[in-house]
Each structure stands twice: as C-alpha cells, then as structure tokens.
Design a protein around this ligand. Structure first.
Ligand code: AMP
Length: 193
C-alpha cells in the first residue's frame, strides 16, 4: 500500500492536492476536518461538541480523531492505500496512527510537507471563507489555527524526520506545478525505499 500523509499548515493546499493524488494513485482520502464538518452538518452529538472547538481554531481531542481513523482503516484495508489530510496533528496522533497501521502490517510510506509563508496562508483562507462561508476561515480563528499548528502540529514533523520519511515541497505556485513537485517526491521515494 501507498500511505501518504499530506502535511502542512491550514490553507497550504492539502485538500486540493489530495484530490489530485487520489485521482492518480486511487487512494482512500482520510480528511479528519471533512469528517468533522460532516458531523457538524448532520448535527450529531459529536458534531455539536466539535463545532465549538473548530470555531475557536483549537484541536478536537486526540481520542475522537483516532477513533475515526481506525474506522476508516478497517473499512478500506487491503486497498491501494490512504492519503491522510489534516491528520496527524499531534505527536500522540502520529504514534496512534503507527499502531493502527501496524495491525495491518502497514506503515506511513511518506510524509509530504507543503511549505507556504504565513501571509499567503492568510490570503488563501480569507478568500476561501468568502467563497465557501466556512465558519473557521475568519481572521481571528485563522490566526489561532496557525498558532495551534506551530505549537502542537509542527512537532509531528520531527517525529517523522526521525523515521526518515519526511520530505518538504514548495507549496507556492499553480496547483499543477505543486502537484508535479509532489509526484516527483513520491516517485523518488518509491525508487529508493
Ligand atoms: P481542517 O479542515 O483540516 O483545517 O480542520 C478543521 C478543524 O477541524 C481544525 O481546526 C480542528 O479544529 C479540527 N481537526 C481536523 N483534523 C483534526 C485532527 N487531526 N486533530 C484535531 N482536530 C482536528
């Protein structure tokens, strides 16, 4: 299986690139943010709890997202692989992902970080907020989401650095240019590992 973690700050283009990678490699998309927004839309108990946290730009508790991941792995085991988008966001989530995958004799193949400067992130998310009405795409929440990313999520890159599966890609450019850079990294990785 090819199991990709698409990593990067909010607004770095993970969702957009994930869609293109899914087309190319036929992977199962696991986007914890999308799953949570679906719970919010359906007004489930979990959705009601999550909405408050998401609107503040904080992280929902690890055990909640990890349960979602375990379910997805079980549903799609034995397929071509997974693309994790917006997960893991804490080192504990990364450890739990490793444990969950190891039950199927699988591991994370590659972690691709999309590098995008803060001003560009802000610009992209404000635009998305206007276009889609996404409630956490407002200036105050965006600032907190970037802070939370720097404090709680960046350490995940050090975890994967130690496992020698982490690569970075310049996330500024056209969608197609960035996609080409990502595919190149995946192909290099597949050749050498
Ligand atoms: P995203 O769509 O990935 O930007 O996620 C939107 C929001 O959902 C985040 O700001 C968090 O509140 C929550 N969320 C998504 N994924 C996770 C995760 N892996 N861990 C904790 N919270 C998450």
């Amino acid at each position: 299986m090819l199991n990709i973690v698409l990593f990067g700050p909010p607004g770095s283009g993970k969702g957009t690139q994930a869609e293109k990678l899914i087309d190319k490699y036929k992977l199962t998309h696991v986007a914890t943010g999308d799953i949570l927004r679906d719970e919010v839309d359906r007004q489930t108990d979990l959705g009601k709890q999550a909405k408050v946290i998401m609107d503040a730009g904080e992280l929902v508790p690890d055990n909640i997202v990890i349960d979602m991941i375990r379910k997805k792995l079980e549903e799609h085991k034995g397929g071509p692989g997974f693309i994790f988008d917006g997960f893991p966001r804490t080192v504990d989530q990364a450890r739990e992902l490793r444990k969950a995958l190891s039950k199927y004799d699988e591991n994370v193949s590659i972690v691709i970080s999309l590098e995008v400067p803060k001003e560009v992130l802000m610009e992209r998310m404000l635009k998305r907020g206007k276009e889609t009405g996404r409630s956490d795409d407002n200036e105050e929440t965006i600032n907190n989401r970037i802070d939370v990313y720097e404090r709680q999520t960046v350490p995940v890159t050090y975890y994967y650095d130690k496992k020698h599966v982490h690569v970075s890609v310049d996330g500024v450019g056209t969608i197609e240019e960035i996609f080409k850079r990502i595919v190149k990294k995946i192909e290099e990785f597949e050749t050498y590992h």
